[in-house]
Design a binder for this molecule. Structure first.
Ligand code: NAD
Length: 257
């Protein structure tokens, strides 16, 4: 599978799943645009080292995915977009009646609306090129719910809905749109929660992982960023050309329960 000559934009990709997806796309030959809301030397260095490692062009573009104009500017600045991975996301946990309004607004903007703005800016470029792939990183929480995650669950269900609409509006073209729904993935964000969870429940870190964090993941294993990236590469392959408007769970059986 070669994605040589294709340009991929991955939102929220200076760490975690976004970076993992960017690495797998670059490994498959795609030129990549990394993104986050910071503009540090490390961000640009990360893009440079990824480009050198895989012999592709790699750039970092700063854009805050909570802002509509910056989402659209990211795609414009990239200049072309054959593959768009809408990945940026944040989380906040609180009961509905205590859920801070600014957290609701930020989660809806970053986890859902940014996908709308980036897709709107990218589709004309995909149409011009005659080929395009939109991969939305949703979540098992785009298909199921958990208490205290109202904004996240609402936004991720919204992303799954948006995936279907995008697929229908592009169905007659060589453009597809699908959502990957990961269960728990071992990213720095999740890793950092393990010691606190162990302390809170008076467990070892191993027990906290299996009994608390992976409670709903029947495999009792975290998915890896490489597996999410590999799924994104598959969705960009010819084998996936007729897969559109659907979700692919990478969740160790969570949604089979
Ligand atoms: P992470 O915190 O490691 O990565 C999030 C990325 O988004 C970072 O690069 C961060 O800089 C970026 N980001 C945050 N706010 C931004 C903003 N305003 N503008 C631009 N970029 C911004 O988290 P992750 O675990 O890699 O999550 C990535 C995506 O995967 C999210 O959409 C998340 O909901 C989803 N997801 C994660 C898991 C998991 O277990 N880790 C499971 C299911 C879905």
């Amino acid at each position: 599978m070669s994605l040589k000559g294709k340009t991929a934009i991955i939102t929220g990709s200076n760490s975690g799943i976004g970076l993992g997806v960017a690495r797998e796309l670059a490994k498959a030959g795609a030129d990549v645009i990394l993104n986050s809301f910071t503009d540090n030397e490390e961000d640009h260095a990360l893009a440079r080292s990824l480009g050198e490692e895989f012999g592709v062009s790699a750039r970092y573009i700063k854009a805050d995915m909570s802002k509509a104009d910056e989402c659209r500017a990211l795609v414009e600045q990239a200049g072309s977009c054959d593959i768009l991975v809408n990945n940026a996301g944040i989380q906040h946990v609180a009961p509905i009646e205590d859920f801070p309004i600014e957290k609701w607004d930020a989660i809806v903007a970053i986890n859902m609306s940014s996908a709308f703005h980036c897709t709107a800016a990218a589709l004309p470029m995909m149409r011009k090129a005659g080929w395009g792939r939109v991969v939305n990183i949703a979540s098992a929480h785009g298909l199921t719910a958990s208490p205290y995650k109202v904004a996240y669950v609402a936004a991720k269900h919204g992303v799954v809905g948006m995936t279907k609409v995008t697929a229908l509006e592009t169905a007659k073209e060589d453009i597809t749109c699908n959502a990957i729904c990961p269960g728990y993935v071992l990213t720095p964000l999740v890793e950092s929660q393990i010691p606190d969870t162990a302390k809170k429940y008076g467990m070892t870190e191993e027990e906290a992982k299996e009994k608390v964090i992976l409670e709903r993941q029947p495999s009792k294993q975290f998915a890896t960023v490489e597996q999410i990236g590999g799924t994104a590469v598959f969705l960009c392959s010819d084998a996936a050309a007729q897969i559109t408007g659907t979700t692919i769970s990478v969740d160790g059986g969570w949604t089979a329960l």
